[in-house]
Design a binder for this molecule. Sequence first.
Ligand code: PA5
Length: 447
Amino acid sequence: MKKMVLNIDKVTGFIPKETIAAFEPQVKACMETLENGTGKGNDFLGWLHLPTSLTAEHLADIKTTANTLRENCDIVVVAGIGGSYLGARAVIEALSNSFEWLKTQKNGPVIVYAGHNLGEDYLYELTTFLKDKKFGVINISKSGTTTETALSFRLLKKQCEEQRGKEMAKKVIVAITDAKKGAARVTADKEGYKSFIIPDNVGGRFSVLTPVGLLPIAVAGFDIEQLVAGAQEMEKTTGTDVPFAKNPVAVYAATRNALYQSGKKIEILANFNPKLHYISEWWKQLYGESEGKENKGIFPASVDLTTDLHSMGQWIQEGERTIYETVISVEQPNFELKVPHDEENLDGLNYLEGKRVDQVNKMAELGTQLAHVDGGVPNLRIIVPQLSEYYLGQLIYFFEKACGVSGYILGVNPFNQPGVEAYKKNMFALLNKPGYEEASKAIQSRL
Ligand code: PA5
């Protein structure tokens, strides 16, 4: 089996190799801190050896539940927000046919999402779409109290029970939440839903290899064993015993911190494959929520290319030089499509005749890399052999571990998210939630 590869050749024109290499002792120390559980946020390190600790029984339990949903539903709504939905969506969208899902039910249920916004029109349209459909719900919330998810679930539970009857609803509603606390746990226990536990020591954005990600991915028909196998492989490849230069986690964490210290405050994650859009969304949460604290942290941004070369391309090429780019490059497409001959050649494309679309895409990628480097944008490349469960498992674990190490180099606790509470407090005060009386008075006086 091949491996995901990290290439930093196009960074060393901006930062000397020695500067990156000088991070070696610090990276080593941070990796050991992570391994020994002696650093900040050490009660949230359950993800570190999760791939190699998942048992066959646990995966079988997830697959059995997934099959129940696959057999009894045409649509499955995954309700969750942030870490409770982005990982699953990232993998499902990376592996799904871009159009087949429109046909519905051919290869199992269609996956749709809720609980990640408070858009009334979105929820109206979703509940209208679900009318008369055989649908089920996976309700995902670690705290079990997140407003966006809880509100959506209230609507979906009621509709599912009314449409499908209480007994069937019990079969096709699954909860993934805390073992003991939170409203989602109370409801699951009272209604007798099948439920899975999110381990205490795994934070939302690191939870894709728990049932949070694995169940929806299995319901969508993808091979969770292969996903886990890829992650296991990366767990070994990035161990503390692997030398710095051969350890992609060490090199990525060192390079991004070296770039940050040189004034590159924004990392743009770029892809040349539209299926990777949600991988970028997941990555932005992972790095943004982990590093953006104490008035520090690289700002994680993303572009889908070549699409965004026609919108953000100008900024990347000639805007403020505070950015660097990390490109996820997929080596081999899963299908083959060649540019056909056209007798009249009105579009002038006959020079591409017989070439695969991917060859054109790859030249766009290379041309973009050289242009951006010429324009003063350091460029890292992550080469993924193919879009498959196995390689996505590698990529996910690579990013998770590099995030932990990188956050420790920065000196923050990468595993908490205290800043997320500020908007919630204001929202609850504005909505007069019981318990927020004082905050309500205070916020009203500011309006
Ligand atoms: O990464 C995180 O911890 C957050 O993004 C949470 O996953 C998100 O806020 C949802 O929280 P919960 O799972 O408690 O509903």
